[in-house]
Design a protein around this ligand. Structure first.
Ligand code: AMP
Length: 544
């Protein structure tokens, strides 16, 4: 017998309609690329998102078409989140920190029709304008007054002119909740970046879970400042969650340094923020240097890379800000676990509590996880056995866009590439990673690509690139190389070989010349051995 409840589709547009009706007066504050601060309300935002949807429809944007953004966190980006997805098209947020060739590759792979960009990223557009073959229009996210003079960019439009073409009488269409809503490419895999295609249903279910008290604990009484970029897994879902609960939203634009963030947190009375450890390090350094405090922020979500106990301690003990250590992936929308304590943990003494909070935490309802050994056998949740972490759930991808990478699931589970333990209370802790990528300041660097470049040097016989720990960036690439017999190559010469081939911040931080690189039985480089030997090299030798 089936239940008799209504089948109303879970659609992203309904989040904005809800925010407009029930929290219409709530503010959305944005620091703009133009240099000033913009403020308006959910009511204004909803009207402008409908206007933009209408304008895009009039220009022929169809159901399922991809619309790209290269943009900071701000109200115009937020309008596009709703205008594009709400119309049944797909919002494709591109990471502007990638090399322009990668941006062009991704735009072509996604077959983006329109590309919206913040003025900061004009140089990228200038480089890719002719390579991005499917883009019909490039839209500068600004007004007429601030439009760049860029005659060599074909089909350049102005955001405010475009939005003025539409009417806010536009009605959001209703369609199947499984329709694609957003697309985000991840470089956290081997080979080319791969697209993760979120649906309306998955995004709404993820928002419900993310807002829960033991997750990000969001309410209408909150003022939320997502430092995590809207081009990183939809800013961890906060643009949707904020509308769902009616929270005030504050966007930092491009100003992510400690001083700017602190000023904004204080000026707007922010209660909750979210970001990667590197950003929080800058913020903590600023408040420490200036003797400032946090007068409104009560908690901060830290994830994307492991949050060190020292950072948790500084926020909590010195500044009274609770840290919510969280783990997830682009492939998981991203939320998987949050380190929210249980009643039995409240009495823990400081050291034990910190050790627990350094774990990535327990699953939010909706996610199922297990750890397996090399044969795929499930391992016990004893806090000691470590194996590959596998996950499944309604906001986890079942494969990559256009089938790239083939079948990724193993018996219905998504292999995360993270190695972890799970303790008897369900707290997961990442201990290692078996994917060939390096995470620097929350951004991926492909080690294989760096190895290929090193190997293209005529003096190199074998090269391996590993993540070395770094006090500021968490991890940085370190090259371990074997020179050809008789070659005279220096570190500087080899690093110079990377110039122009990758984004500058991808260039390895150092080179170690060795006589031999350890190889396994199948001839594969044993990176774990290299990590063991050289993982601390940058901390002990170089880091400044
Ligand atoms: P991304 O898809 O860019 O969000 O990266 C996801 C990956 O980042 C995960 O598979 C982990 O390797 C890493 N990661 C995310 N959060 C954490 C965390 N709290 N601690 C350690 N690693 C993390």
């Amino acid at each position: 017998m089936l239940g008799q409840m209504m089948h109303r589709p879970l659609l992203i547009s309904s989040l904005l309609t809800h925010a407009e009706r029930h929290h219409g007066e709530q503010e959305v504050v944005s620091r703009r690329v133009e240099g000033d601060t913009h403020r308006y309300t959910y009511r204004d935002m909803a009207a402008r998102a409908r206007q933009m949807a209408d304008a895009l429809a009039a220009r022929g944007l169809g159901f399922g078409d991809r619309v790209a953004t290269l943009a900071w966190n701000g109200y115009r980006h937020m309008e596009l989140y709703y205008a594009v997805s709400g119309s049944g098209a797909v919002l494709h947020t591109i990471n502007p920190r990638l090399h322009p060739d990668q941006v062009a590759w991704i735009a072509n792979h996604a077959e983006d029709q329109i590309l919206f960009f913040d003025l900061t990223f004009l140089p990228i557009i200038e480089q890719i304008a002719r390579q991005a073959l499917t883009v019909r229009a490039f839209v500068a996210m600004t007004d007429r007054e601030n439009m760049p003079n860029a005659p060599h960019i074909p089909k350049l439009l102005c955001y405010e002119d475009l939005i003025a073409e539409g009417s806010d009488a536009f009605d959001w269409p209703e369609f199947d909740e499984n329709t694609a809503a957003a697309l985000c490419y991840t470089s956290g895999t081997t080979g080319n970046p791969k697209g993760v295609l979120y649906s309306h249903r998955s995004s709404i279910l993820h928002s419900y879970a993310a807002a829960l008290p033991d997750a990000m604990n969001c309410s209408a009484c909150d003022t939320i400042l997502p430092v995590v970029p809207m081009f990183h897994v939809n800013a961890w879902g906060l643009p949707y969650v904020a509308c769902m609960v009616g929270a005030k939203l504050v966007f930092p634009g491009p100003w992510l340094d400690g001083k700017s963030l602190h000023e904004l947190l204080e000026a707007e009375r922010v209660t909750l923020s979210a970001g990667v450890p590197t950003v929080w390090q800058g913020l903590l350094a600023h408040v420490e240097a200036t003797g400032s405090r946090f007068s409104s922020m009560s908690r901060t979500v830290i994830g994307g890379s492991a949050c060190a106990p020292a950072m948790i301690k500084a926020f909590q003990d010195r500044y009274g800000v609770s840290v919510l250590h969280a783990w997830g992936m682009t492939e998981m929308s991203p939320l998987g676990t949050v380190c929210a304590l249980k009643p039995v943990h409240k009495e823990l003494h400081d050291t034990a509590r910190l050790a627990l909070q350094a774990k990535q935490g327990r699953v939010v309802f909706g996610i199922d996880m297990k750890i397996v050994d090399e044969d795929g056998q499930a391992l016990p949740h004893d806090g000691k056995s470590s194996g590959e972490l596998m996950v499944r759930g309604p906001w986890i991808t079942s494969g990559y866009f256009k089938g790239e990478g083939g079948d990724v699931l193993v018996d219905g589970w998504f292999p995360t590439g993270d190695i972890s333990t799970i303790d008897a209370d369900g707290f997961m802790q990442i201990t290692d990673r078996n994917k060939d990528v390096i995470k620097s300041g929350g951004e991926w660097i492909g080690s294989i690509e760096l190895e290929n470049i090193a190997m293209s040097h005529p003096d190199i016989e074998l090269a391996a690139c590993v993540a070395a720990r770094h006090p500021k960036w968490d991890e940085r690439p370190l090259l371990i190389v074997v020179k050809k017999t008789g070659a005279e190559l220096t570190e500087a010469e080899l690093l110079d070989h990377f110039r122009g081939k990758v984004a500058r911040w991808w260039t390895p931080d150092g080179v170690i010349f060795v006589d031999k690189i350890p190889l396994g039985a199948t001839g594969k480089v044993q990176k774990n051995k290299l990590r063991e030997a050289f993982g601390n090299h940058l901390i002990s030798h170089k880091a400044g």
